[in-house]
Design a binder for this molecule. Structure first.
Ligand code: MGD
Ligand code: MGD
Ligand code: SF4
Ligand code: MO
Length: 761
């Protein structure tokens, strides 16, 4: 017998959070037997957290889909072949589009934490459906941030990264990187900062998290009051003159308008309202302004809470007013090989037919989707394609989603597993897992060097599954948008791979598009069906990257050359394409200087536009705002904490968790006592929207009046994809959340601020 330890280590990546750490796995049969960090990965450098070791629970479990399914009228599913599935779905999409218009169709998803390659191909499907309705998980957390970026930096896709690894002063705001990561090698970096007496870690969080425990200053903000706290810090900076005037004069506009508002902030009263001492406010204001380099890392604690969009603005003013932008250890813009988001011009933004919601960064918020479906409005959404998301559990307002999904005339779910959402589907299409196909993430958010990892499959495809690029290409073709084959282009692509110097393919491709301008909308599929067929077996889906890479190289040739590639123009693009295609692990895309960061700005004069009148007005109005708790619902629930053993909806079976099977409700011991709740005891947690039964865990790191439940629980599991008997895996928290309790501009749900009451069971 061959000893297991001798089997080969294959490079891949973790798919559980946006970091996509480089991995090496040992495969035995169809099992991911051993997992270790890939030391050669330039960004994660061998780092792993405890979740990645369990990836076999994603790859192999009883809910894994292996063939297309069609739902019968009685709710059971029957297997069908791919041709039938594709033909029937395509016919129904065309019928809905032609009868009711493209706005009757919507698309939700297109990539979770690690699988964005297939999502690019879905743009061709949306084009064939004639819909611009792209709903994504990003639009239930980050569109406030993107909208603010658009105002400050000129485009909503000017995204900011943080130099936590180099900064002397780090502000961690409404996030717990110890668990949630969000920055490479988070735990290691946090420990390094904590250990170094010359570096300072500030954590703003109502709870004493593992990150807060490492902090030099933990500011225990009251839930939902960050806008007061941040205004107080910024107010102090302006009132004391602790701002970087030369940066503000040289690199920004509008400081005077911002300062005029911040000068009026009643610092002491706002500090008090946020539960943070005036002394701490002043310490941070001064520390930030005096630090040689500082950055802010923020996430859901401010983005999914009261004043969400305003919080994102105030957060960015911290690094802008202190001049910590475009420098090492500061916050910086970064490049993107394939941008996950776009820019929606305000005057030209698409709006939905029923609720009139406008797109931000070309995305629509999942929060409004049930209303767009569950209505008699003639222009409602009637057909929905869902890929790599599980909104029946993960979106706000589970009840509204269930009702809306049932009303759809066509629901198609593309997933690797039978999900809660897929149970509502008319068709369930089984995708190959991220270890069975060419895949990549577009969460490439680093500066000054940005990296990209094209992962090669480490396992054969399961059963009758297909990768998404193939699924979308077949659907688009079956809808009649494109011919089946492109024989001439395909042949030229093959010749081109043999003699790349002749540049046959780009010339022929450009000519074909001139002849068939209607193909431009379906570019990913055309590339896949032509260049894709000329690429090595298993790498067909990289075809779409070829275009993206040439585009990238045209914009950043100097910075691409800096990563050690020679040549220029087309040859440089081909060199980068080959590097990506051949590499086992992540490779550098480009290296900027800090001064060159300004070239990534999209304002006309490349200066930051500090004044956002709508949000300055909101700062003025803060004093008259009332937090929405009441005697009836006196506690604030953070619905969706990241813990050691949750990972979005990606692991479906409970066995993957080594602890916290119940997904307990954290509560301060004194609050527990006052509700008659004991450690390990059952409790009913009730909001205005719904109630669930949970298990309490006493935790004196919680503030009084604040309770917390985990994200990534509450889905159904069973012993086969089609089994009707299911069990539920922990608290289904979105039974408690309401889609109306949200940011007015972006519709981002206030998940971290859900008023609830408790009752011991
Ligand atoms: N283990 C694990 N890691 C994950 C994920 C996962 O499911 N599991 N999911 C990934 C995804 S999709 C995302 S978006 C990120 C999210 O990453 P995070 O945003 O870090 O995750 P959360 O735990 O939801 O919230 C962060 C913190 O906000 C705090 N908080 C709550 N209310 C407030 C408030 O009013 N003000 C402030 N300042 N803080 C508040 C909470 O106490 C918590 O510590 O995590 C990613 N990483
Ligand atoms: N109350 C509350 N709700 C929340 C949050 C919260 O904090 N509180 N957090 C929110 C946040 S920030 C996020 S990002 C969302 C996340 O929740 P969702 O948007 O639902 O996304 P994931 O949980 O990442 O869903 C991943 C899905 O993709 C499938 N999948 C995995 N690999 C593949 C593949 O290769 N192909 C295909 N087609 N499918 C695949 C998995 O089986 C799973 O069904 O949840 C949100 N919901
Ligand atoms: S930090 Fe994220 S990507 Fe890295 S191992 Fe943990 S879950 Fe996976
Ligand atoms: Mo997220």
């Amino acid at each position: 017998m061959v000893a297991a330890a001798q089997s080969e280590w294959k490079p891949t990546a973790c798919i559980l959070c946006s970091l996509n750490c480089g991995l090496e796995v040992q495969v035995e049969g169809r099992e991911l037997k051993r997992v270790r960090g890939d030391e050669a990965h330039p960004s994660s450098k061998g780092y792993l957290c405890q979740k990645a070791a369990r990836l076999n629970f994603y790859q192999n479990h009883p809910m894994r889909l292996s063939e297309p399914l069609r739902r019968n009228d009685d709710g059971t599913f029957e297997p069908i072949d791919w041709d039938t599935a594709i033909q029937e779905i395509a016919a129904k999409l065309v019928a809905l589009r032609d009868t009711h218009g493209g706005h009757s169709l919507a698309y939700y998803g297109g990539g979770g934490q690690g699988n964005h390659l297939g999502g690019v191909y879905s743009s061709a499907l949306r084009a064939a459906c004639q819909t611009s309705y792209l709903y994504t998980a990003l639009a239930q957390e980050k569109t406030g941030d993107f909208w603010v970026n658009g105002k400050l930096f000129g485009k909503q896709n000017c995204h900011v990264t943080e130099g936590m690894h180099e900064a002397d002063y780090v502000i961690v705001l409404g996030t717990n990187p110890w668990q949630a990561h969000g920055v490479p090698r988070a735990r290691k970096v946090l420990k390094e900062i904590a250990k170094d007496p010359k570096r300072t870690l500030v954590v703003i969080d109502p709870r004493e998290t593992q990150t807060a425990a490492l902090a030099d200053h933990h500011l225990p903000v009251k839930p939902g009051t960050d806008a007061y706290l941040l205004s107080a810090i910024l107010g102090t900076m302006v009132q004391e003159g602790w701002v970087d005037s030369s940066f503000l004069d040289g690199r920004t506009h509008g400081f005077e308008e911002v300062a005029a508002v911040l000068r009026d902030v009643p610092v002491e009263a706002y500090a008090q309202r946020s539960g943070v001492s005036l002394e701490q406010v002043r310490t941070v204001a001064k520390g930030l302004s005096q630090a040689s380099s500082a950055c802010v890392r923020a996430d859901l604690g401010i983005q999914q809470s009261l004043h969400s969009t305003l919080n994102s603005y105030l957060e960015k003013l911290l690094f802008l007013l202190s001049g910590n932008f475009a420098k090492e250890g500061g916050n910086n813009l970064h490049t993107a090989l394939v941008p996950l988001i776009g820019h929606s011009k305000e005057d030209k933004a698409k709006v939905t037919q029923v609720t009139g919601m406008h797109e931000i960064s070309k995305l629509f918020p999942p929060n409004i989707l049930p209303q767009e479906i569950d209505t008699e409005h003639p222009k409602r959404v009637r057909g929905l394609i869902i890929d790599s998301v599980n909104p029946a559990v993960s979106a706000a307002d589970t009840q509204a989603y269930a009702k809306a999904l049932k009303k759809l005339e066509l629901l198609v779910v593309v997933d690797v597993a039978m999900t809660d959402t897929a149970r509502f589907a008319h068709y369930v299409l089984p995708a190959a897992t991220q270890f069975e196909k060419l895949e990549s993430t577009f969460f490439n958010l680093e500066f000054p060097t940005n990296y990209y990892h094209l992962r090669k499959p480490v396992l054969e495809k399961e059963g009758n599954t297909l990768p998404e690029p193939e699924i979308y290409s077949r659907l688009v073709t079956a809808m009649g948008a494109l011919p089946e084959r492109f024989p001439v282009l395909e042949r030229i692509a093959k010749l081109d791979r043999k003699w790349p110097k002749l540049r046959l393919f780009p010339t022929a491709f450009a000519a074909a598009l001139k002849l068939h301008p209607e193909w431009a909308k379906y570019l990913p599929v055309v590339l896949y069906r032509t260049l894709g067929r000329a690429l090595p077996e298993g790498k067909e889906a990289a075809a779409v990257l070829w275009g993206a890479i040439h585009f990238y190289v045209r914009k950043y040739s100097k910075q691409v050359q800096r990563t050690g590639l020679s040549g220029s123009g087309y040859a440089l693009g081909e060199a980068l394409f080959s590097r990506i295609l051949e590499a086992d692990t992540a490779v550098p895309l480009s290296t900027h200087t800090y001064e060159e960061m300004w070239s990534l700005m999209r304002t006309e004069d490349r200066k930051a536009q500090l004044a956002i009148p709508e949000l300055l007005q909101q700062i003025r109005e803060l004093s008259s705002f009332e937090e929405p708790t009441s005697e009836e619902f006196p506690l604030v629930l953070a619905a969706g904490e990241r813990r050691s053993y949750n990972a979005n909806q990606i692991y479906r079976v409970p066995e993957w968790r080594k602890k916290d099977q119940e997904g307990t409700l954290r509560i301060h011991p004194e609050d527990a006592a006052s509700y008659g709740v004991v450690d390990g005891g059952a409790v009913i947690c009730e909001s205005q929207r719904g109630a669930i039964s949970v298990v309490a865990a006493l935790d004196d790191g919680m503030q009084r009046g604040f309770v917390s439940l985990p994200h990534g629980y509450g889905f159904d599991y069973a012993d086969s994809p089609t089994s009707q008997e299911t069990s539920q895996n922990g608290p289904r928290i979105n039974v408690l959340t309401s889609s109306e309790h949200c940011d007015p501009l972006t519709k981002t749900p206030y998940h971290k601020y859900v008023p609830v009451r408790l009752r011991a069971e």
